[in-house]
Design a protein around this ligand. Structure first.
Ligand code: ZN
Length: 421
């Protein structure tokens, strides 16, 4: 079924809401709506198909909608502001029903006797046609006006923390205002109680549920992380203040606690499962220790094949996606794991993935499996120019100097070398 039939059978793209069971794709399209809304305008022809109050037809970046509230404007179309049967503004009517500021904008709308059809145009470009370049400048403008930290120091500090990919991914989402808190969802017209599920008092913003809520505070007070930025109004400025004030150990602890609180919050919201407050801290610690442990085991076991491990992440060349592979061994459980993080040219994390499988394998085999996973994951995501990075030199040199190998390891390398994008 098309989007139009399913989601806005009676309206337009701009007036559609999310509905009760939105598909993933529609949700993504909906997310883009805010941006499109900022740049798209109604082009007035004879005005008979444009709602005076309901559509963005004024040629102004910030105020495309009529703000006057004269009762005659309700449910009327723009041609009601024109002279009877003509495509010409009726000055008398307009002065009667519109405020001064609305009038000024209406005078800027040129009318044409030649094209009487009402349509849409893209305001950011003189041609009225959508261009990628103009969308890009609109995006840049939106970026600087939001609260997303735009400075490289913040992101640099975040990327350099040695954290499990799932935690990095979580921090990236919360720092770019894309964590689906109840408050965040309610601002997108999703019918949901915006209150915090723990205290049921304040609206659930990221800053509230992760930091300010009395439940969150009970976790923080048991941690080693000193409280900071009491005046912060949004999560990112609080976290930015923290990254400046904390040392590496405290930043790591804070990151793990934030992730753990969100995990417990989801338990409560989705499974009505209220866990013990001590558990938040122990889950944070256990997850981190597990991950560090697995890393250390790998590094120790693979020491002979690591030369200058990839500690400093460097940005890939333009248009490339870089996937970092990190294998992990859980020998006591007879399992192994692979962590993948994909970053763009500017170092923004695009996606992260972990998988855990049965098998007590040697580290270089796990790493080779990780590289193969990274390739198929990239293909599934449609990334065709990919740099896969591993810190296991043995696998890399084996890959670069193909030699005949009849072994499971050799088979995996063969698959990587001959991977078909
Ligand atoms: Zn609360």
């Amino acid at each position: 079924m098309s989007f139009k039939a399913r989601y806005f059978s009676t309206g337009s793209f701009l007036t559609a809401s999310l509905g009760s069971n939105p598909s993933y794709i529609w949700r993504s399209v909906y997310e883009a709506k805010e941006l499109v809304r900022a740049g798209v305008r109604r082009l007035v022809g004879d005005g008979s198909n444009i709602g005076i109050l309901s559509e963005p037809w004024l040629p102004d970046e910030l105020h495309p909608y009529i703000e006057s509230s004269h009762p005659s404007l309700l449910r009327n179309t723009v041609n009601a502001l024109m002279k009877d049967g003509m495509v010409e503004w009726d000055e008398e009517v307009i002065k009667d029903v519109l405020s001064d500021s609305d009038q000024k904008l209406v005078w800027k709308v040129p009318l044409s006797n030649h094209s009487r059809r009402d349509s849409w145009y893209w305001m950011q470009d003189d041609s009225g046609l959508f261009t990628v370049k103009s969308m890009y400048s609109l995006l840049q403008a939106a970026k600087t006006s939001s609260n997303v930290p735009n400075n490289s120091r913040f992101w640099c500090q975040l990327w350099h923390l040695k954290l499990p990919p799932k935690v990095v991914n979580f921090l990236w989402r919360v720092s770019t205002n894309s964590l689906p808190t109840r408050f965040q969802l309610s601002t997108k017209n999703i019918p949901i109680d915006p209150r915090c599920p723990f205290c049921l008092v304040a609206p659930e913003t990221a800053l509230h549920v992760l930091v300010r809520c009395s439940f969150a505070q009970s976790y923080w007070s048991q941690s080693h992380v000193p409280s900071i930025a009491p005046g912060a109004m949004v999560f990112t400025s609080w976290f930015d203040g923290g990254l400046k004030a904390w040392n590496v150990a405290k930043s790591l602890e804070a990151a793990m606690i934030l992730w753990s609180i969100w995990k417990h919050r989801n338990e409560l919201v989705w499974n009505s499962n209220q866990q013990d407050s001590n558990e938040v801290l122990s889950v944070a610690k256990l997850n981190y220790v597990d991950w560090i442990d697995a890393r250390n085991k790998l590094v120790v076991a693979a020491e002979s094949c690591v030369v200058g491990g990839v500690d400093k992440w460097t940005a890939p060349d333009f248009l490339f996606v870089k996937v970092n592979v990190d294998g992990a061994l859980f020998s006591s459980h007879g399992r192994y794991g692979v962590g993948l993080v994909a970053r763009t040219v500017v170092g923004i994390v695009m996606a992260a993935r972990t998988l855990c499988k049965e098998g007590d394998l040697q580290p270089h085999i796990v790493e080779a499996i990780g590289i193969k996973e990274a390739l198929s994951w990239s293909k599934a995501n449609g990334w065709t120019s990919v740099i896969v990075e591993s810190d296991c030199l043995k696998v890399i040199s084996d890959l670069q100097k193909p030699k005949y190998m009849v072994s499971p390891y050799g088979h995996i390398l063969y698959d990587c070398r001959n991977f078909d994008f």
